[in-house]
Design a binder for this molecule. Structure first.
Ligand code: FAD
Length: 473
């Protein structure tokens, strides 16, 4: 198992280098790792996997009911929904099939619902139904007044996005993928032979095939490879996270009728037992603009007040923002350049978490089109991820686990009920965190209503002693 975060990169050529360890790059690396003859590198600019857009989304496992029929995105979201649903059940990634209600607030929106139901049919989503106001309010009693009806999409689900990315990366690394962190690709060119030479912040890495999964920066890398096919315009989505006390207010994912700018502002439960309100949709120039703004949050509260009036009086635990990799086209920008041994995976805007496993299978097929011989298949070792979801037993609720190992009964983060045992396991994992934020994503320590006010020092001590231990060994 190899994860590196400093020092020069290995010499010798990889069969495939995947640039970008977001949910998409990690899924691609995992899929390629099923072929043990391949030597694969996963190269990431930051110090952890899933640090880009993949850490800041609305965490919905989409059925793809509202995708533009016939697009690659529609196909891969539909397929990815099935694949990730099955994978989550297998690996213990928390998923709750709460269903979505697309709520109509005026006559025009109500009139649009039957067409959306037909679109869902065309996208292979056959179990939607139209609800009148009585049934709608019976399902969502705390919904604001004035809703006229809804489209019910029972398959829409909520999922843990962090566990998903980490599961892919863990399986990839365990199966032999080299994960190189803190290695930003700054230049790329073909050497005298067939290889791509990637100039990174940690030196040169060479690979016969290249997959560009650089998210917001996929266009920049594409240009380095001589392609001018698309430009990424970051589309910011700000969100509010409400405290767990708000969770009983909402049963489904509450969606508005979509607009040209996207899926609109939703209210959704999370698998951690919070409630999300957002996201905004703001086209920006700056690919680092992940800050929240007073205007953005106020706008969300206004929209939220209509949908679920009681929600906006609840306490806000956190705010965050993610940037969608919009490209001006309502589809993914996945392209193969066989003569270059190069696949671009661009424009994975609003559905990449859901579609990740299907994108990975598709990209692997495209790599074969470049002449890559995958060799035999060896299925990855089964994996069980730690459960961060409230709908399933957490370690502190499992007496048999605590009896076997009392560390699971010693709580460190009381808001999120995270035990010493979980923190210890995360710090010793195959893809360990390199920051407190990384530890938070793996365990939820410091993610609760106190945001680390009470447990921060204890969590930091555990983190730092693991770092020091790592330096000594
Ligand atoms: C507000 C919001 C809500 C969303 N909601 C959902 C949802 O509910 N469901 C869903 O399925 N999807 C959702 N999405 C979309 C989903 O989050 C994205 O499609 C997905 O995370 C994209 O993953 P990625 O791996 O392509 O990009 P990223 O996660 O951004 O990963 C790209 C990686 O490449 C690295 N990188 C970039 N340049 C270089 C370089 N030169 N060298 C090395 N590494 C580099 C970056 O550091 C980053 O880690 C949402 C997105 C947003 C913003």
């Amino acid at each position: 198992m190899t994860v590196t975060a400093q020092g020069p990169l290995p010499t010798g050529s990889y069969d495939v280098a995947v640039v970008g360890a977001g949910v998409v790059g990690c899924a691609v690396a995992r899929e390629l790792a099923r072929h043990p003859r391949l030597r694969i590198a996963l190269v990431e600019a930051q110090d952890d996997v899933g640090q880009g857009t993949s850490k800041a989304n609305t965490a919905i496992l989409h059925t793809g009911f509202d995708a533009a029929p016939g697009t690659l995105e529609a196909r891969l979201v539909h397929e990815g929904y099935e694949r990730l649903g099955a994978y989550a059940a297998e690996t213990g990634i928390p998923v709750e099939r709460v269903g979505a209600l697309l709520v109509a607030w005026d006559a025009e929106q109500l009139a649009a619902l039957p067409e959306l139901a037909q679109k869902a049919e065309r996208n292979g989503c056959h179990d939607t139904s139209l609800l009148g106001p009585d049934e709608l309010y019976a399902r969502e009693p705390r919904l604001g007044p004035g809703a006229l009806g809804a489209l019910h999409v029972p398959g829409e689900s909520i999922i843990c996005p962090w566990t998903t990315t980490l599961a892919y990366a863990t399986q990839a690394v365990r199966a032999g993928v080299d994960l190189h962190l803190n290695a930003k690709v700054e230049r790329a060119h073909r050497g005298t032979g067939e290889d791509h030479l990637l100039q990174t912040t940690r030196g040169v890495l060479s690979a016969r095939r290249l997959v560009n999964a650089a998210g917001l920066h996929a266009d920049t890398l594409d240009r380095l490879l001589g392609h001018e096919d698309f430009t990424v315009t970051p589309r910011r989505g700000q969100l509010l996270v409400y405290d767990k006390l708000a969770r009983p207010l909402v049963r489904h994912i509450l969606l508005p009728v979509p607009t040209a700018l996207g899926k609109g502002v939703l209210v959704a439960p999370t698998v951690y037992g919070n409630v999300l309100l957002g996201p905004t949709a703001e086209d920006l120039d700056d690919k680092r603009a992940t800050g929240s703004t007073a205007d953005g949050l106020a706008g969300l509260r206004d929209k939220g007040r209509r949908v679920l009036p009681d929600l906006v009086d609840e306490e806000v635990t956190a705010v965050y923002a993610g940037l969608r990799a919009a490209t001006g086209q309502e589809d993914y920008r996945i392209a193969v350049h066989p003569e270059q041994g190069y696949v671009t995976v661009g424009g994975i805007r609003s559905t990449g978490l859901t579609a990740s496993l299907a994108i990975a299978a598709h990209v692997t097929g495209l790599l074969q089109d470049t002449g890559l011989d995958l060799g035999p298949v060896r299925e990855p070792q089964p994996l069980t991820m730690p459960n961060l979801g409230e709908a399933f037993p957490r370690p502190y609720q499992r007496p048999e686990l605590i009896a076997a190992d009392p560390e699971y009964g010693t709580l460190v983060c009381h808001c999120e009920r995270v035990s010493r045992g979980e923190i210890r396991d995360a710090l010793a994992g195959p893809v360990p965190p390199r920051s407190l934020e990384g530890l938070r994503r793996r365990t939820r320590a410091r993610a609760g209503r106190c945001q680390g006010f009470y447990c921060g020092a204890a969590v930091r001590e555990l983190f730092e002693s693991a770092q020091n231990e790592g330096i000594r060994t």
